[in-house]
Design a protein around this ligand. Structure first.
Ligand code: MRU
Length: 347
């Protein structure tokens, strides 16, 4: 996707460095972050300089390749194994992180060059899968549709295109008119900050709504469909995604709004039998208690927006049971969220 006329991937590698669009500064500043070592890439994933299941996966694959490149001849095996564990501890819910690390680690058993090559292949696959999700998802979108989305599952959350937003971009490219309700997605406001920025950048009509306004608009018949991304999908079709997704899915069912999840097959974890087996990342309470934005001098500031001294809970994801999901849009087609239908896509 293009920013000010220049094409960018969300995350890429040059030499031994991993480059990422710094998502902690958006939408106020557009800067590229350079992670020179595997450790720096881990920190960038943990602190959400790069974020979103697909982008996390690509960055984790590159981080694993960095570890192979920087490992000393003496103690090589231990170095790459420790690095693998460190990368895996950064964001535990995102399945794509483990998928990518595993593939690059296995390729690295053959040679360092193979590890790097595999990380690059993964990033390229990530783009193609997202594009295909766009193609399949576009078939569900009618001209004039009003679509609600949660968090950011756009091209910032992948290497390009995105998952939930790929069908929207595809529909727009096909000449359809689409309108997007963007859930603000507290506490980190990925909707209000990132999705809104992406949609504005792509000239797609949209409006930011408070997290608690979804039921209001759905009850008024103003939402034609909802599409979200996914961080991990269990064998039975239960979906872990950004906190708040579950509430939207329940409300969508109540008001008869089709609720779609968009994700590549690499997000499925068939070793998790149900959503109960998915580890939910708990993040720092400061993300709830503080918000950041530019002051009158355009300097980014963190300010307390809650009662001083009160504690906060900050689960990063929740699990939406399969019964609330109309379908899962993948690069291979749209899957009914149940074990049998999912199994067919893996054999
Ligand atoms: O905590 P984040 O911002 O990494 O969470 C992102 C989401 O929950 C997305 O909806 C998900 O990764 C789907 S695809 C980008």
């Amino acid at each position: 996707m293009k920013v000010k006329g220049k094409h960018y991937r969300t995350v890429w590698m040059e030499g031994t460095s991993v480059f990422m669009i710094d998502q902690t500064l958006l939408p106020f500043e557009f800067e590229i972050f350079e992670a020179k070592t595997c450790k720096e890439s881990c920190l960038a994933i943990k602190t959400m300089i790069t974020r979103g299941a697909g982008a996390i996966g690509a960055a984790a694959g590159f981080a694993m390749a960095q570890a192979f490149m920087e490992a000393p001849a003496n103690g090589f095996e231990k170095y790459v194994l420790d690095a693998k564990k460190e990368i895996e501890s950064t964001r535990p819910t995102a399945r794509n992180l483990f998928f990518a690390v595993d593939r690059v680690f296995r390729a690295g058993q053959r040679s360092v060059e193979k590890a790097l090559q595999e990380a690059r292949v993964l990033a390229d696959e990530n783009i193609e899968e997202a594009r295909m999700i766009g193609e399949f998802g576009n078939e569900l979108i009618e001209d004039g549709f009003m679509i609600e989305t949660h968090c950011n599952a756009g091209w910032l959350g992948f290497v390009d295109w995105g998952s939930a937003l790929a069908p929207v971009y595809y529909a727009k490219n096909k000449g359809k008119s689409v309108f997007v309700y963007v859930d603000e997605t507290r506490p980190r406001s990925q909707g209000a900050r990132l999705t809104a920025w992406e949609l504005k950048n792509e000239n797609i009509e949209h409006v930011i709504i408070p997290d608690n306004a979804g039921a209001f608009y759905m009850s008024q018949g103003k939402v034609d469909m909802m599409i979200t991304g996914a961080d991990r999908i269990a064998a039975n079709g239960d979906v872990a995604n950004k906190i708040g997704t579950l509430e939207k899915a329940i409300v969508a069912k109540e008001y008869g709004v089709p609720f779609y999840v968009a994700a590549p097959l690499s997000t499925f974890d068939r070793e998790c039998m149900t959503g109960d087996d998915i580890e939910i990342e708990q993040r720092d309470e400061k993300e709830v208690l503080y918000q950041s934005g530019p002051d009158e001098k355009e300097i980014l500031r963190n300010i307390l927006v809650c009662n001083p001294g009160s504690a906060a809970l900050n689960p990063a994801f929740d699990v939406t049971p399969a019964k609330y999901i109309t379908g899962i849009i993948t690069e291979e087609g749209i899957i009914k969220p149940d074990k049998e239908a999912i199994n067919k896509f893996f054999y």
